[in-house]
Design a protein around this ligand. Structure first.
Ligand code: NAD
Ligand code: TYD
Length: 337
């Protein structure tokens, strides 16, 4: 079986590639990635020389390039992780989000259908459902209406609609909508790695607003197992929510990181809130549990310990990132203060 994995030089895509190569040594994995600021070839160095792995630098919006690759590889399946993924960047400049997340998804679907791909999987997010109030409100089910509140979640919601359109026309496609992931190889622009990296440098830990916003966290390996299951056993045309029943307030996550790193909570600095900041996400993952038998295996506490340990042991990985494009992003985000 040959699987094209897009966005495999990013956080979740790379973890998925490691999971698949380990679980299915007879599969061929072809990683297609544009290597934007969020993609790192060094993440894949451990698998680069594997005989059943190929990396191709390519934009999912480059139709001719994707057609050429698919005619060489004849993939059986496509798993689409490629995306602009950071909400704060979507507030600064929404254009790349619609290009990659919407048009890129449409291009991939179209080329996949024409190439006879037997299964397409779209990696989506719980953020398409919008926000719940801090107290009350039903956890998101697959039937919940889509109410995206920023350009990131809007572009992901539009992509999901296109996938469902193709599935409705008979093309075998599935969608997973997961909560916030934690684990190795996440870009330090996101909450958990940002706090670890700043705490290690005794820099302020910028918590937006009051820090009461809630996210539903899942360890990345559990997410990868869920995608693997859906790819092999999920029903075409279906959406599967993926969540760890692990709702945490941001402030509590940051305090836990301080504790794990033995850094004082006085580093925590409350900063201006994100515009349109979604208050709370919570996922009802009963469908994937009942239909496919999936359950998370890593507790949040273990996940955060493993993540903190990984960042301590892989300083060269994130130091290269924070010294590059990230500097100009921080200036755009926070000004020169
Ligand atoms: P990421 O930002 O770490 O990685 C994105 C990858 O996509 C990078 O390697 C980048 O180079 C690549 N890419 C971007 N534009 C591309 C293009 N036009 N063509 C080819 N490659 C391109 O993202 P992530 O956190 O790993 O998220 C992966 C997917 O999972 C996304 O679709 C995201 O919406 C979804 N998701 C993420 C989370 C989370 O907590 N991180 C939660 C739920 C769903
Ligand atoms: P983030 O990791 O950007 O993921 P998402 O916005 O997709 O959920 O942010 C997680 C939460 O942490 C979110 O409520 C915003 C908050 N946050 C901060 O308080 N400070 C920060 O520096 C960042 C990056 C995020």
């Amino acid at each position: 079986m040959t699987i094209v994995v897009t966005g495999g030089a990013g956080f979740i895509g790379s973890n998925f590639i490691f999971h698949m190569l380990q679980t299915y040594p007879d599969y061929r994995i072809v990683c297609l990635d544009k290597l934007t600021y969020a993609g790192n070839l060094s993440t894949l160095k451990g698998v680069m020389d594997a005989p059943n792995f190929r990396f191709v630098r390519l934009d999912i919006c480059d139709r001719e390039g994707v057609v050429r690759l698919f005619s060489e590889e004849h993939p059986d399946a496509v798993v689409n992780f490629a995306a602009e993924s950071h909400v704060d960047r979507s507030l600064l400049d929404p254009a790349p989000f619609f290009r990659t997340n919407v048009e890129g998804t449409r291009t991939l679907l179209d080329v996949s259908r024409r190439s006879g791909v037997k299964r397409y999987h779209q990696v989506s997010t719980d953020e398409v459902y919008g926000a719940l109030p801090l107290v009350g409100g039903q956890a998101f089910t697959e039937q919940s209406a889509l109410h995206p509140n920023n350009a990131y979640s809007e572009s992901k919601a539009r992509a999901d609609e296109i996938v469902l359109q193709y599935a409705g026309q008979g093309f075998p496609a599935t969608i997973s909508r997961c909560g916030n992931n934690l684990g190795p190889y996440q870009h330090p622009e996101k909450l958990i790695p940002l706090m670890i990296v700043n705490a290690l440098a005794d820099q302020p830990l910028p918590v937006y607003g009051t820090g009461e916003n809630v996210r539903d966290w899942l360890y990345v390996e559990d997410h990868c197992r869920a995608i693997d299951l859906i790819l092999h056993e999920g029903r075409s045309g279906e959406v599967y929510n993926v969540g760890g029943h692990n709702e945490m307030r941001n402030i509590d996550v940051v305090k836990l990181i301080c504790k794990e790193l033995d850094r004082p909570e006085s580093l925590i600095t409350f900063v201006a809130d994100r515009k349109g900041h979604d208050m709370r996400y919570a996922i009802d993952a009963a469908k994937i549990r009942n239909e496919l038998g999936w359950l998370p295996e890593t507790t949040f506490r273990d996940g955060i310990r493993r993540t903190v340990r990984w960042y301590l042991d892989h300083r060269e990985w994130w130091q290269e990132i924070v010294s590059g494009e990230y500097q100009s992003y921080c200036r755009r985000m926070y000004g020169d203060r």
